[in-house]
Design a protein around this ligand. Structure first.
Ligand SMILES: *Cc1c(COP(=O)(O)O)cnc(C)c1O
Ligand SMILES: [Zn+2]
Length: 446
């Protein structure tokens, strides 16, 4: 058997998702030279892998302290592109995230059991780290001094951390006024050059693609195919946690649609490699105000992108022109999943419910539970299905939202919200006052 530390990644090509043209391997183009579509990593040798041996090696690496083994991404390097033998990955020990049982949320959604894989439990607090460790490592190997991204917040936090840890400089372009303090503060702390631009996320990404035409800078948005490769490990690790028995349904939030594409790609590759025998449905949930994929599916059957002017308090998915929409459509069609949209109130309620299970997440992650409720109502998901929500970001990313919700400052004008709000109570510093509040709580709260 291979030693746990050995780097044994797969041989691969970068190929256009539309016309199949092979891209340059040095990472200097992220779009097809022929037709401008995105590139993806394609492996030639998936079928030749012995799935039993892979499962054994991956599990065995959990007992190793070598950086590339204790990373929950590089642990699965047989399904990732190869770094040169002389190159070590830039890893902050991302991945290896918990799979939780959500009991009250299961009740709220009307299903028997509900699991959540919490990608907010990564080093910088979002799933972006799982992709960043791979893409940043390839940027470093290709000799880039500068890396850059357009971001709604979490990509910049993650990129800034991995760039700093790997000794590269980073440029962040963010939309002015629509980024949470938690995320912005991370980019500053990790030393990024941070530019707040008077435009939205889609405008920032467009600008970045122009900037990199003029200076040698490596783009670390999810249009980067190496990001997608790292983010695949969410699904690989999930199957390992489920003892390689695929669930019926996986539900993810959709913004720029890199994450849903990555998870879908992993599912299909695992099936091809014989690691799993059935393919779960993958469904994608968007905010009503940023529902480009929902409209794309409903109005064109996935043939033509319907961009929107994005508006939602779930800032991580406040994206109107999702770059990876074609990859996401392919995943929906291959797995038989669906798309759904949820309102701002539905997001806030779902977030508070996930919090009340002792887990917590940022608003964008909560669309998964809100969407599940609708899919159960419509009969698309059965009560007895095995369902996994992917929670994408940590609860501390956006404390403003949480506090405003519980204080009742978020939805002043909407009708009553049927959930316990849990505002802080201001009292005299007196044991009687506190005990009285406690007893009143016992009488009124469920
Ligand atoms: C980036 C992000 C998303 C959206 O992921 P996409 O890959 O852009 O679809 C959702 N939730 C959180 C917390 C994020 O950081
Ligand atoms: Zn092409």
């Amino acid at each position: 058997m291979t030693a746990p530390g050995a780097l044994t990644g797969s041989s691969y090509q970068l190929r256009c998702i539309h016309c199949g043209t092979v891209g340059r391997a040095d990472g200097s183009n992220l779009r097809c030279d022929e037709c401008g579509n995105l590139l993806e990593v394609v492996f030639s040798d998936l079928k030749s892998r012995d799935s039993g041996t892979l499962k054994e090696i991956w599990l065995q690496r959990r007992t190793s302290y070598a950086p590339e083994d204790s990373s929950g991404v590089w642990r699965f390097r047989e399904l990732l592109p190869n770094l040169d033998a002389s190159h070590l990955p830039i890893t902050l020990r991302e991945g290896n995230t918990p799979l939780y049982e959500l009991q009250r949320c299961a009740e709220a959604a009307g299903v028997e059991r509900l699991l959540a894989k919490h990608q907010g439990m990564n080093p910088t607090g979002s799933f972006k780290d799982t992709g960043m460790t791979v893409a940043a490592s390839f940027a470093h190997q290709a000799g880039f001094d500068w890396v850059a991204c357009a971001s709604t917040g979490n990509t910049s936090a993650s990129m800034a951390a991995y760039a700093a840890y790997g000794g590269m400089r980073s440029l962040v372009l963010i939309p002015e006024g629509h980024i949470t303090w938690g995320k912005l503060s991370q980019a500053l702390d990790y030393g990024a050059l941070t530019c707040q631009l008077k435009t939205d996320f889609d405008g920032c990404l467009k600008l970045l693609e122009q900037i990199v035409q003029r200076k040698r800078i490596y783009v670390l948005n999810s249009i980067n195919p190496y990001r997608i490769e790292g983010q695949k490990t969410t699904a690989i690790e999930l199957m390992e946690q489920l003892n390689w028995t695929a669930p019926d349904h996986i539900i993810v939030p959709g913004g720029n649609l890199g994450n849903s594409s990555a998870i879908g790609k992993a599912l299909m590759e695992m099936k091809e490699a014989g690691l799993i025998t059935s393919l779960p449905k993958l469904s994608i949930i968007q905010a009503e105000g940023a529902n480009a994929l929902v409209r794309t599916m409903r109005e064109t059957g996935g043939k033509q992108l319907v961009p929107v002017q994005a508006e939602t308090m779930a800032t991580a998915i406040r994206i109107g022109n999702p770059a990876s929409w074609k990859k996401a459509v392919r995943v929906l069609q291959a797995t038989g999943g669906t798309v759904e949209e949820v309102s701002e109130v539905e997001i806030a309620i779902a977030k508070a419910e996930i919090g009340a299970d002792g887990i917590g997440c940022e608003p964008a992650s909560a669309v998964t539970l809100a969407g599940l409720k609708k899919l159960v109502d419509h009969g698309f998901v059965r009560r007895d299905e095995r369902i996994v929500l992917i929670l994408t970001g940590h609860v501390l990313k956006d404390p403003d939202f949480t506090i405003k919700f519980h204080r009742g400052d978020l939805f002043k004008d909407t009708e009553e919200i049927r959930i316990d709000r849990r505002p802080p109570i201001i009292l005299d510093a007196d044991p009687d006052a506190v005990l009285k509040a406690l007893e009143q709580h016992e009488r009124t709260a469920k």
